[in-house]
Write a new protein. Structure first.
Lengths: 678, 180
C-alpha cells in the first residue's frame, strides 16, 4: 500500500509539476506574444509619425497604453536613438538604456521588456521600447500553483481511495491465502481450502494452492502411513538391536553386556543388602572336539540345549548368560554360604552330564566351573569375572566335571601360566622344541620295533614335559604349527639315522584330534614324508580314542587314506575313553597301545589285570598289534607276556632319549632288553 | 534576436538617408540655398507616396509614379536628387520626376505656385500645395506651419473625388478638411 501510494505520489507530483510548468510557460509565452503584438502594433502605427516627425501623434499612440495597467512605460526613439515619444505610468522610471539593448524580449526585476525596431519597407525608422510589470504573470503563477496543488491533493486523495479500494479488493483473497499458508505452516494440517472466486490470476493462484494442498495432503497421508510403517520397523529393529546388544543370538541368554550390567546391579544389591553373591564361570570340557568333529551346527544346537538345561538347573532368580563360545556365566544372588554354592555347582555339573541328543548324536559333555564370590573374591564385576575365569582353569586342571572356588593364590598360577604362554609362543617362533624318542621293544623279535616321538620344550637347562605346555599351546592356537614341526622333525630325524647307517624303525608321532579335523592332514603327512625322503612304513600316527569318537566317519576316512599311503595308525591310551568297541573292527588301524594306568597296577590287588587281558584279547582277536605303555618292572613284562602282549614301551627298557642317545640305542648290535641304566 | 546580418538593411537604409541629405547639401550652390523647410517638404512629399494608393490602373508597380513639380529649380533639383537615390534602391515603385508643365500625366503634383487648373495632366492628379497661399483649387494636401513644425492638411472630399486611397496612418497625422 505504501509503495503504491509512493508511486502515485511521485506520478502525480511529476504530472502536477509538468502541468504547472506548462501553464506558466503558456501564460508567459502568451504574455510575451501579447507584448510583442503590442510592440508590433505600436511600431506599425508610429512609423508614419516618425516619418513625418510628428511626435505628438506618437505620444498619442503611446498614450493608448494607459488602458493597460501592467504597462510601465513605452518609448519611441528616432534613428539617432534620441527620444521621440514617450509614455510612462506614474512612478515608473525608465530603467533601461538603448545602448545595452538588443531587439527582442527579456525579463528583469519582475518586469518584461520588449525592444523592437520601427520599420517601413525595410527601412528602420526608429526604435520602440516597451516595459510592463509581470504582476499578472506572478498572480497567474500563484493561481496556477494553487490550482495544481489542489489538483495534486485531490488526485492524491482520489488515488489513495481508489488504491485502497482496489487493494482491499485484490488483497482480500491474498490475505485469505496468507492466513491459509500460516495455518498450514503452524498447524501442519492441509485440510482447509479456499473458494477460487473470480477466474483471474488470483483465482488461478487459489486454485493452484488448493491443488498443491491436495497433493501435499495426499503426500502427507502417504508419509504418515510410511512413517507409521517405519516406526513399526524402527520399534522392531530397536527391540532386535536391544536383544542383539543384550542377548546372545544363539541361546537367547543374556550376553556379556547384559551380564556385566546384571552383575554390577547384583553387586550393588548385595552391598546394600549386606548379602553374598557368587559368580560361576562355566566352560564345557572338550567342546572343541565336538565342534570340530561334528560341525558347528551340531555344536550350536548343543549349546542351545545346554543353555536351556543350565537355566533349568539354577534357581528362578539366578541369571545364566553366555560369555562366548562354550563359556557360560551364572550369577547367583543372595547365596548363604560356600556349601550352598557348592551344591548348586554340583547340581549343574550333574545335570549337564546327562547325554544330549543333537542331530542324531548322543553327546556326553561335562563342564568345569570356577566360582568367585562377592565380597570375598572381588568387589566389582570385572574382578569377579576374572577371578571366576581363573578358578575355572584351575577346575579344568583337576579334570572334567570339577568345580573350584577362587583363592588369591591362583593369581600367582595365572601369572605363571601367562609366562608359560609367552614361553610357548617364543619357543614356537624360535623352534626351541626338541623331540625325545622312547623305544618300543618286541620281546619276540628281540629288537626295537619302533620309537615314540615325544616333544619337549627347553626352559633354561631343563625340558618341560608336553603335559605342561601343550594345553597352553592348544589354548593359544599354536598346536597346528607344533604338529607340523613334530611331524617334519620325526621324519627328517629318521632319515638322518638311516643316512647314518642305522637300521631305522617306524617313529610314532602323537597327533591330536584337531590335526585330523584339518582337510589337509593327509597332505601334510605326505609332504613331510616326501620332503624328508622317508618311506611311509617308517612313520606311525598315534591317535587317542577321542579322535575317532569325535568324528568317526571323517576319522575313518583319514585313517583309511593313511593306511593306503602306508602309514601305520595306532590308538594311544586305549581303554581310558568311551570308544565303542564295535568300531574297532572297522577302523583301519594296526596297533593298540594299552594305557599306562592299566599297566602300572598289574599283578597287584585291585589292579587292572582283567581290563588289560580283555584289551589284549580284543586286540589279538582283531589282528592288531598290542603295545603296553609305561612298563617299568620285570613283573609287568612277565604278566603282559603271559597275557599275549609282546611289545613294550617304558622305563623298564628305556626312558625317552634324545636323538643322539637314540642313535646309540639303535646302533647296539645286540639289544639289551633291560631297563636303561639311567 | 537579431544578428549583424539582420541589421544590414537597417544600416543600409540609414546610410542611404544620410547620403541623400549630405549629397543634397553638396550638390550645388542652389541646393545649399534651399531651406530646411523645403527640404522637409521634399522629404514629406516623397513619404506621401508611401501612404497614398492610386487607382489600380495608375499604381501598377511596373509603371512609374509621375511626380510633377511646379517649384523652384533648387527644389526641383533637390527633389530630383533624393528621388534618384530613392529609385536607386530598387525597392519601391519607381518615381519619375517631371515638370508639371511638360508632363503628360501627373499622379502627384506639388505646387509652389499656382498653375493653370485646366491642365489636362492635372485632371486626375493629387495636388499638394506648398501652402494655402498658393491658391490652387482642388488641392488635396496642403502644408502649413504649426508650432514651428511643418504639418499638412488633407481634404477628404478631394481625395474621395479622385478615387485615391490615403492611409489612415497619414490621415491621423493630418488635419482633415472637407469642402465647404
Amino acid at each position: 500500500m505504501l509503495g503504491i501510494i509512493a508511486i502515485n505520489l511521485l506520478t502525480l507530483a511529476i504530472a502536477s509539476g509538468l502541468l504547472y510548468s506548462a501553464f506558466v510557460d503558456d501564460y508567459r509565452d502568451n504574455l510575451i506574444d501579447i507584448m510583442q503584438s503590442k510592440a508590433n502594433l505600436l511600431s506599425a502605427t508610429s512609423s508614419s509619425a516618425l516619418l513625418f516627425n510628428d511626435n505628438q501623434a506618437a505620444d498619442n499612440i503611446l498614450a493608448s497604453l494607459a488602458q493597460y495597467p501592467a504597462m510601465r512605460f513605452a518609448q519611441i526613439y528616432d534613428l539617432d536613438k534620441a527620444p521621440f515619444a514617450q509614455y510612462s505610468r506614474a512612478g515608473q522610471p525608465v530603467d533601461f538604456s538603448l545602448d545595452t539593448l538588443q531587439p527582442g524580449w527579456f525579463f528583469s526585476q519582475e518586469n518584461i521588456y520588449i525592444f523592437s525596431l520601427i520599420q517601413q519597407d525595410n527601412d528602420v525608422l526608429g526604435y520602440l521600447l516597451l516595459s510592463a510589470d509581470t504582476q499578472s504573470f506572478r498572480d497567474r503563477q500563484q493561481r496556477y500553483g494553487r490550482i495544481v496543488i489542489w489538483v495534486f491533493v485531490l488526485s492524491l486523495l482520489l488515488a489513495y481511495l481508489l488504491n485502497w479500494r482496489l487493494q482491499k479488493r485484490m488483497l482480500a483473497p491474498i490475505t485469505q491465502l496468507s492466513k491459509l499458508v500460516s495455518y498450514v505452516a503452524q498447524k501442519g494440517e492441509y485440510n482447509k481450502r479456499l473458494v477460487p472466486g473470480a477466474a483471474d490470476e488470483i483465482g488461478n493462484l487459489i486454485t493452484g494452492v488448493n491443488s498443491m494442498l491436495n497433493t501435499i495432503e495426499e503426500h502427507q497421508k502417504q508419509l504418515k502411513d510410511h512413517n507409521e510403517q517405519l516406526e513399526g520397523v524402527v520399534e522392531l529393529r530397536t527391540e532386535q538391536l536391544f536383544n542383539r546388544a543384550n542377548y546372545d543370538a544363539l541361546t537367547q541368554l543374556p550376553n556379556r553386556h547384559l551380564l556385566t550390567d546384571r552383575i554390577t546391579h547384583g553387586i550393588e544389591n548385595a552391598r546394600c543388602g549386606n548379602s553374598q553373591l557368587a559368580l560361576m564361570f562355566l566352560d564345557l570340557d572338550r567342546f572343541k572336539v565336538i565342534n570340530d568333529s561334528l560341525g558347528h551346527a551340531v555344536g550350536d544346537q548343543l549349546l542351545v540345549k545346554l543353555a536351556a538345561e543350565l537355566t533349568q538347573s539354577v534357581r528362578k532368580n539366578d541369571t545364566v548368560g553366555r560369555w562366548g563360545g562354550d563359556e557360560f556365566v551364572i550369577l547367583l544372588e543372595y547365596v548363604e554360604d560356600k556349601d550352598n554354592i557348592e551344591k548348586i555347582a554340583q547340581k549343574i555339573i550333574h545335570d549337564i552330564t546327562q547325554p544330549f541328543m543333537v542331530g542324531g548324536h548322543q553327546l556326553h559333555v561335562s563342564a568345569s566351573i570356577g566360582v568367585a564370590r562377592y565380597p570375598q573374591d572381588g568387589i566389582d564385576a570385572a574382578n569377579l569375572l576374572v577371578h571366576a575365569d581363573t578358578s575355572m582353569y584351575k577346575a579344568k586342571e583337576l579334570g572334567p566335571g570339577n568345580c573350584y572356588f577362587f583363592t588369591y593364590a591362583m593369581l600367582d598360577d595365572s601369572i605363571e601360566r601367562l609366562s608359560l604362554e609367552t614361553q610357548v609362543r617364543n619357543a614356537t617362533l624360535n623352534q626351541e622344541f626338541t623331540l625325545f624318542y622312547q623305544p618300543k621293544i618286541s620281546l619276540s623279535q628281540q629288537s626295537v620295533v619302533g620309537l615314540e616321538a615325544l616333544i619337549r620344550m627347553k626352559k633354561g637347562d631343563q625340558y618341560l614335559s608336553p603335559a605342561a605346555f601343550l594345553p597352553v599351546a592348544e589354548d593359544v592356537g599354536l598346536m597346528p604349527i607344533i604338529n607340523l614341526w613334530v611331524l617334519n622333525e620325526a621324519c627328517q630325524q629318521n632319515v638322518a639315522w638311516r643316512k647314518a647307517g642305522l637300521t631305522i624303525v617306524p617313529i610314532a608321532v602323537n597327533l591330536p584330534v584337531s590335526f585330523f579335523m584339518d582337510q589337509q592332514c593327509v597332505e601334510h603327512i605326505r609332504r613331510a614324508l616326501y620332503e624328508a625322503g622317508l618311506a611311509p612304513e617308517f612313520l606311525e600316527v598315534e591317535i587317542t580314542e577321542n579322535t575317532f569318537m569325535a568324528s568317526t566317519e571323517q576319522a575313518v576316512e583319514v585313517f583309511r587314506q593313511l593306511r593306503e599311503l602306508g602309514v601305520n595308525v595306532a590308538i594311544d591310551d586305549f581303554g581310558t575313553g568311551y570308544s565303542c568297541l564295535a568300531y574297532l573292527k572297522d577302523l583301519p588301524i594296526c596297533t593298540l597301545k594299552i594305557d599306562g594306568t592299566f599297566v602300572t597296577g598289574l599283578g597287584e590287588e585291585g589292579g587292572n589285570d582283567g581290563i588289560v587281558q580283555t584289551i589284549i584279547t580284543l586286540g589279538g582277536g582283531l589282528g592288531l598289534e598290542l603295545v603296553a605303555e609305561c612298563v617299568e618292572t620285570q613283573s609287568q613284562v612277565n604278566i603282559l607276556t603271559a597275557m599275549g602282549c609282546n611289545v613294550f614301551q617304558g622305563y623298564y627298557f628305556s626312558p625317552p632319549l634324545n636323538a643322539t642317545d637314540t642313535a646309540d640305542y639303535l646302533s647296539k648290535p645286540v639289544l639289551k632288553l633291560r631297563r636303561h641304566p639311567s | 534576436m537579431f544578428t549583424r546580418l539582420q541589421y544590414y538593411p537597417v544600416w543600409c537604409a540609414l546610410l542611404i538617408i544620410c547620403c541623400l541629405i549630405f549629397s543634397a547639401k553638396a550638390t550645388s550652390a542652389e541646393q545649399v540655398a534651399l531651406s530646411k523647410e523645403n527640404k522637409i517638404k521634399a522629404a514629406y512629399l516623397l513619404n506621401f507616396t508611401k501612404y497614398i494608393h492610386w487607382p489600380a490602373a495608375q499604381s501598377l508597380v511596373s509603371t512609374p509614379l509621375h511626380l510633377c513639380l511646379a517649384s523652384t529649380v533648387a527644389f526641383y533639383d533637390f527633389m530630383a536628387d533624393i528621388i534618384a537615390r530613392y529609385n536607386a534602391s530598387g525597392l519601391n515603385r519607381h518615381i519619375q520626376l517631371e515638370d508639371v508643365i511638360n508632363a503628360e500625366n501627373c499622379e502627384l503634383t506639388y505646387l509652389q505656385h499656382k498653375v493653370n487648373p485646366t491642365l489636362r495632366q492635372l485632371r486626375h492628379s493629387l495636388l499638394v500645395l506648398d501652402s494655402e497661399a498658393v491658391g490652387q483649387p482642388h488641392n488635396a494636401i496642403t502644408f502649413y506651419i504649426s508650432h514651428r513644425k511643418i504639418r499638412f492638411s488633407i481634404n477628404i472630399d478631394v481625395i474621395d473625388a479622385l478615387n485615391i486611397r490615403v492611409s489612415s496612418e497619414l490621415l491621423k497625422l493630418a488635419r482633415i478638411e472637407h469642402n465647404l
